[in-house]
Design a protein around this ligand. Structure first.
Ligand SMILES: C[C@@H](N)C(=O)N[C@H](C)C(=O)O
Length: 217
């Protein structure tokens, strides 16, 4: 098994960002990717991605087997919301593990939510995805999207061995299509994929990230 590099790893924070300035675009306007409303917000921020990420998703969808489609759950996340998610989960871990020092809480929290200053979703570079049939039925990927490591007993990890062979096969299908277009996975979450951010730069050995955190205009 490969080493899992967590978002809290100082090697990620050390990667420079040279933002290429590409626009955040609304995935709903393009129209050919199925969008799930579970993370929808009033401003529609959740449905935004950098243009280059959307282009790659459209291409990846063509690599899926007949009758299988991507289901988009969440893309862009404003920095303030990322901070809220991170603080909330870190707080839960702190409560459950009062003896943990702050560095351990931060590291454990980053298995599931990126530290706000790193966060690929706030750069419009990351997307949470699953697979559906042509008539919109979600395939069983072994856990629901956004299952955390505690509630799923680690089954949210992409290569977890406590999921059945069918779920493993579906994860492989998702992974093959997205890897083929250059996205990288966060190995603690089978549904989380990104392109152009610092985590992507580390995984692909790029010398800088091309998408950094920003506010939605
Ligand atoms: C909260 C979870 N779905 C998520 O988005 N995690 C990634 C790692 C993140 O916060 O960047």
């Amino acid at each position: 098994m490969h080493e899992i590099v967590l978002m809290s790893d100082p090697r990620i924070a050390a990667i420079p960002v040279v933002d290429c300035g590409e626009a955040l675009v609304d995935v709903r306007i393009e129209g050919s990717i199925a969008i799930d409303p579970r993370r929808a917000d009033h401003s529609g921020a959740f449905a935004h991605l950098r243009d280059g990420v959307l282009t790659r998703l459209l291409k990846a969808q063509r690599f899926l087997p007949e009758g299988v489609r991507l289901l988009f759950i969440e893309g862009y996340r404003p920095p303030a919301l990322q901070r809220e998610y991170f603080e909330r989960y870190a707080g839960e871990l702190r409560l459950a593990n009062p003896d943990w020092p702050p560095a351990r809480v931060r590291e454990a929290a980053s298995r599931y939510v990126s530290p706000p200053e790193i966060a690929p979703p706030s750069a419009g570079a990351a997307v949470d995805l699953t697979l559906v049939t042509a008539d919109g039925r979600e395939l069983d990927m072994g856990t629901h999207v956004n299952a955390n490591p505690e509630e799923s007993h680690g089954a949210c990890y992409t290569d977890a061995d406590n999921v059945d062979s069918e779920a493993r096969a579906y994860r492989r299908i998702l992974s093959d299509a997205l890897t083929a277009v250059g996205l990288v996975n966060y190995p603690t979450e089978w549904w989380h994929w990104s392109f152009g951010d610092r985590y992507w730069a580390l995984a692909t050995e790029a010398d800088h990230a091309v998408y950094g955190p920003r506010e939605l205009p």
